[in-house]
Design a protein around this ligand. Structure first.
Ligand SMILES: [Zn+2]
Length: 201
């Protein structure tokens, strides 16, 4: 099966890419720049993952969009961001006969983000099907702890993903994404170079 994975370089999307590889899918990565503060840190994670795992069979497309985040605290919602992402992926998938689009939304996102909820996913899937494409979110019902278990089972390198909203040298430890980062449960969280300094738990 051919799959486009929406790939930010964050924890959930990297787990998703590993799941696609483990399932033997033909993997295509789509990374989007919407002028968000963490984009350069995310690119570093994307580049490192590509260096480690990208083969000739994995294609990577990066697109820039004139969107920006709203608000400095809390969820920092960019309206309809995922809707734009899936639409861009649909263009790629439909044009090149790619079967599925995978997005890394999960149970931890439902409360704060409209376009991370099951009814939104169903609507996007309905819009994509006439183009011969299905939209899937394999982590949709998973908690962060469950995603961490999947990551361990797939031997994901926990040091690669960048999930913090900020673009500082190390994760801030206080933003909405840092607070729900499943790596907080790791025994060495707080001591590794990729974990926040002094603001753990
Ligand atoms: Zn953060």
């Amino acid at each position: 099966m051919k799959v486009v994975v929406l790939f930010s370089g964050g924890f959930d999307s990297i787990v998703l890419a590993h799941m696609a590889l483990a399932d033997g899918h033909d993997l295509n990565l789509l990374t989007l720049d919407y002028l968000h503060p963490a984009r350069h840190r995310e690119y570093a994670s994307v580049a490192e993952w590509r260096r480690r795992y990208l083969s000739d069979e994995i294609r990577h497309l990066r697109i820039s969009l004139p969107l920006s985040g709203v608000g400095d605290e809390g969820p920092r919602i960019t309206p309809a961001r995922n809707q734009v992402f899936v639409s861009m992926a649909l263009n790629w998938a439909a044009a090149e006969r790619i079967d599925q689009i995978w997005i890394g939304i999960n149970a931890a996102d439902h409360a704060d983000y409209i376009d991370c909820r099951p009814d939104w996913l169903d609507a996007m899937d309905q819009l994509a099907r006439p183009w011969g494409v299905t939209v899937r979110a394999p982590l949709i019902g998973k908690t962060k702890d469950e995603i961490l278990t999947i990551a361990r089972d797939l031997d994901v390198d926990m040091s690669i993903p960048w999930s913090c909203y900020e673009g500082q040298p190390r994760p801030c430890g206080t933003c909405n994404s840092c607070l729900s980062d499943p790596r907080r449960e790791l025994d060495d969280w707080g001591t590794r170079p990729w974990s926040p300094i002094g603001r753990v738990r």
